[in-house]
Design a protein around this ligand. Structure first.
Ligand code: T46
Length: 141
């Protein structure tokens, strides 16, 4: 389990190209915008307003969450501290480093959460029990 704290998670601005002809915006994630190579892309959508996603930590996975549409809250925990980040702009994404518990809630109607991930899917990388997570974090102190 990585020693990271919630201070290691951060919102990153995604470059935005505003069309001068009034055709709207274009945002692009390339080169060094995020600090890992993308190995997987998935997205959450049609999430009911009262539904809850996440509720786990990753041992090694880095992820970048982008609210392509609508908004939702991401609750981050490191075993000691908690912070909530509201994502509601398609040109601002949240970097979540390994060793951080995350919960996603308060999805607005029509919200879409794009996730760029540093590894392919691997269930062994998940810690899905919060007490196990807290114990694993304590062992890094
Ligand atoms: C995370 C949050 C933001 C796959 O087969 N492949 C995949 O790439 C993923 C992500 C999931 N799955 C399967 C595993 C489960 O049977 O899809 C099902 C739902 O996955 P889970 O309950 O983990 O979904 P969320 O929305 O609670 O969590 C997901 C990611 O798993 C997680 O890494 O940070 O989105």
């Amino acid at each position: 389990m990585k020693k990271n704290t919630i201070d290691s998670t951060r919102v990153i601005d995604i470059p935005r190209i505003v069309d001068e002809g009034g055709r709207g915006n274009l945002s692009v994630i390339e080169k060094d915008c995020i600090p890992f190579k993308i190995e997987r892309v998935y997205y959450l959508y049609d999430v009911p307003i009262d539904a809850y996603r996440g509720g786990h930590a990753h041992k090694n996975l880095k992820q970048f969450l982008v609210p392509l549409s609508g908004s939702f809250d991401v609750i981050l925990k490191d075993g000691k501290n908690t912070k909530t980040v509201t994502l509601n702009k398609p040109n601002k994404g949240l970097l979540i480093v390994p060793g951080i518990w995350r919960e996603l809630e308060n999805f607005s109607s029509g919200a879409v959460c794009l996730v760029l991930a540093s590894e392919v899917y691997n269930e062994d990388d998940y810690i899905r029990d919060f007490q196990d997570f807290v114990i694993a974090k304590k062992s890094t102190e």
